[in-house]
Write a protein that binds this ligand. Structure first.
Ligand SMILES: Nc1ncnc2c1ncn2[C@@H]1O[C@H](COP(=O)(O)OP(=O)(O)OP(=O)(O)O)[C@@H](O)[C@H]1O
Ligand SMILES: [Mg+2]
Length: 275
């Protein structure tokens, strides 16, 4: 076993499954949030929350979304499956109201490949919410994913609060927490890694109460190294060229270095965030 402060880079074989390519057929509605994502129906008859290229949150948002999604799902954290969504220009033109507001004025997103996150709550017997009522708090079956996601977020230097969508079948007591919004992982929308800027915890800290345990953290760090260490190159290779500006190799190097010292990166949080 590696020393505290170091971990071995993974031995698990990389996953070969490539993300789906789907084509958008209808725009349903705009979602909340500054990225102005749009709920779309696609030709696989599934709904996706689509983050569009050129959105006002800046460069790297789509690449970060994709890489974050792959990292979380590889480690086994609950997150919606993702897809590359082709939105044709003619479909964009049917929805002028969805133009982005930039400093220079309104802008229509271009057709092309965009990032899709499978819509949670597609099924009609499903309740979903970003903020479940307080009395429901104890009934999240995958509560440990909060801590595991935190460890991944420290690795990836997430600079925005972690977001969660809660869902449960109607009439059921137990919620599933699905971890979304990876836009500010990997040094944020400008890819500047700065640990002083880390803000990647979920806003309600009671979700983490009583969960910090050194053995558990050690296990998570090793799981992440095993699962993600060998898969990073593959995921970075899959990012569409138009989503990033050619520094993919640098990102992998940076993440590998951070993977080595992940235990050290967690140190500042040990006593402060998780009493
Ligand atoms: N896969 C999904 N299923 C259901 N709802 C989703 C999904 N993805 C996002 N949402 C909803 O859409 C809202 C906006 O999504 P998201 O937080 O990813 O974008 P944003 O806030 O505009 O972007 P950013 O936080 O990067 O500025 C979320 O608060 C959530 O309610
Ligand atoms: Mg958001």
């Amino acid at each position: 076993m590696a020393n505290r402060g170091e971990c071995c880079l993974g031995s698990a074989p990389p996953r070969k499954k490539r993300p789906e390519f789907v084509t958008a057929t209808y725009m349903i509605r705009q979602m909340g949030g500054p990225s102005k994502s749009v709920l779309m129906l696609c030709d696989d008859y599934q709904y996706y929350v689509v983050k569009l290229q050129g959105n006002p949150r800046g460069p790297y948002v789509l690449a970060n979304e994709f890489l974050g999604n792959k990292l979380l799902s590889t480690v086994g954290i609950q997150t919606p499956p993702c897809a590359f969504v082709l939105v044709e220009d003619c479909l964009m033109r049917t929805a002028p109201a969805r133009w982005f507001e930039h400093f220079e004025g309104g802008k229509r997103p271009c057709g092309g490949i965009h990032f899709g996150s499978a819509f949670i709550g597609d099924a009609t017997d499903m309740n979903t919410t970003d903020f479940p009522a307080r009395r429901s708090r104890v009934h999240v079956w995958n509560r440990r994913d909060f801590l595991r996601t935190f460890v991944v977020d420290v690795l990836a230097n997430n600079q925005s609060p972690r977001q969660v969508v809660f869902s449960r079948a109607k009439g059921r007591e137990t919620w599933t927490a699905s971890f979304i919004d990876n836009a500010a992982m990997f040094g944020g929308t400008c890819r500047i890694f700065d640990d002083a800027l880390f803000r990647g915890t979920y806003f309600d800290k009671s979700r983490y109460r009583g969960m910090w345990d050194e053995d558990r953290i050690e296990r998570y760090v090793h799981e992440i190294a095993d699962c993600a260490g060998s898969a990073l190159d593959e995921y970075v290779e899959q990012v569409p060229r138009e989503w990033c500006k050619g520094d993919a190799g640098d990102l992998v190097q940076c993440l590998r270095k951070r993977l080595w010292k992940l235990n050290l990166l967690l140190n500042p949080f040990r006593d402060r965030l998780f009493p």
